[in-house]
Design a protein around this ligand. Structure first.
Ligand SMILES: [Mg+2]
Length: 434
């Protein structure tokens, strides 16, 4: 984990009987006999995606003692987990291959798999959940300090000791978890200080860039030709160089303005030469809809830090992620706000984009075109790395956590002031006469 980063919430999941169908023999559950028999239970994929999109790390913790007893090979278990990773957004899979006689620290009901994952991934166990179908899962969750949730079964074996809650499926567990935390967190005071998402300022006016650079909450800057035109910028390079004297040590994006990929390449290399903190914005296609992926691949291979912009779909995210270089920093800007303008919820798209981009750990996802301050918290919830914010949204940061009764009073006072200032009046006498 990153030193100093806030701890994350996780949902620990048992495997057999929770994620995949278990084989029942003599009233007791067993793992599927082979990878070909490994299949998800109904509703599991949607439930895991929902939890993941809500910001929970998904960690599978499974006892597989049949490996120690020789009833199943380790290769078979690993093949099942390769399937699991291809089907679901899991952050980690921890396996205990021991039997009780080995007296290990990982076999549930001992909490070693949970505490090990917590140390490795930076998990706050006290805000995390353990979902299982057997007493061993529940007691491991209790021992780790997590909130235990038992999926009810008719297994012929002992039941765990309280405390835990019972549900009928992983889908029900996911709904419970999200509902419980939404309730707890909505009554808590939101704060900008707990945010992991980095806020970049979107702008093209030197005075405000200078003012924002003085604010440590602003971790970088982006510009675009539309904003620069509005700000009256005429000499592009002179403007960019002035920006870089104000901001010498945080990322700044400048966009190419050609429409031909060859010209974009020449411009990109020139723009990159302006400074080590420069990211070159490349539109995902040109105006003819031709993909910029081959250009991005060439630039990234030459060490140019790109910020590929105007992405709207996960297919575009996949194509551009693949074109990036594993060793070179890059940004991908997905226009979450414009996606929302089309009536679609951008959160699941952004959550999935984060997953796709894990193939290039030096690349960061930007939540672009935000529409309201809440988007900063939504971006944070789906582990999006960066959000660009316009001055309108940045101004609202001071309202985060504001007391709602006071906010109500201020709003009433504003209506009154404005009505007074406009000189509105209602002629009561005339109404009464009619
Ligand atoms: Mg189980």
């Amino acid at each position: 984990m990153v030193d100093g980063a806030p701890l994350r919430k996780a949902v620990f999941l048992d495997r057999d009987g929770v994620i995949n169908r278990a084989w029942i023999k003599n009233g007791r559950p067993f793992p599927p006999p082979s990878p070909a028999d490994f299949s998800l239970l109904p509703g599991v994929a949607a439930a895991v995606r929902r939890l993941h999109a809500a910001g929970y790390l998904i960690v599978v913790c499974t006892n597989q003692p049949d490996v120690a007893t020789g009833r199943q090979s380790r290769e078979a278990v690993e093949a099942m987990h390769a399937k699991l990773r291809s089907w679901l957004p899991v952050d980690d899979i921890r396996v205990c291959y021991h039997i009780d006689e080995h007296d290990c620290t990982c076999r549930k009901p001992r909490p070693g798999m949970l505490t090990g994952a917590a140390a490795a991934l930076g998990i706050d166990l006290g805000r995390s959940y353990m979902v299982g179908d057997r007493w061993r899962d529940i007691e491991a969750g209790q021992a780790a300090g997590c909130f235990p949730i038992l999926i009810e079964s008719d297994y012929s074996e002992c039941r765990p000791d309280p405390p835990f809650i019972r549900v009928s499926s992983l889908a029900e567990a996911a709904a419970f978890i999200i509902n419980r935390d939404t309730h707890n967190e909505s009554s808590a005071m939101p704060s900008v200080h707990g945010l992991r998402v980095k806020i970049f300022a979107d702008g093209a006016d030197l005075a405000s860039i200078e003012r924002l650079y003085a604010d440590p909450i602003i971790k970088g800057f982006t510009t675009n030709p539309t904003l620069m035109r509005k700000a009256g910028v005429s000499d592009y390079e002179a403007f960019a160089r002035k920006v870089l004297t104000i901001v010498p040590d945080r990322p700044v994006s400048f966009e190419v303005f050609a429409d031909d990929h060859g010209e974009m390449e020449t411009q990109a290399k020139h723009i990159q030469s302006w400074g080590p903190n420069v990211f070159v914005k490349i539109p995902v296609t040109n105006t003819r809809g031709e993909s910029s992926a081959p250009l991005v691949r060439r630039l990234a291979a030459e060490g140019v830090q790109v910020n590929v912009t105007a992405l709207f779909t996960l297919d575009q995210v996949r194509e551009i992620t693949d074109a990036l270089h594993p060793e070179i920093a890059a940004n991908i800007s997905v226009f979450a706000g414009r996606i929302a303008d089309s009536g679609r919820d951008p959160m699941p798209i952004m959550a999935e984009a984060v997953e796709i981009m894990k193939a290039r750990p030096k690349a960061e996802l930007i939540w672009a075109s935000p529409r309201e301050l809440l988007n900063v918290f939504q971006a944070d919830a789906v582990n999006c790395h960066i959000i660009t914010a316009t001055p309108d949204i940045l101004k609202k940061l001071e309202l985060v956590g504001k007391d709602l009764d006071q906010f109500s009073l201020d709003t009433v006072a504003m209506f009154y002031r404005d009505a007074q200032a406009a000189g509105y009046s209602i002629d009561i006498g005339r109404c009464a006469a009619e």
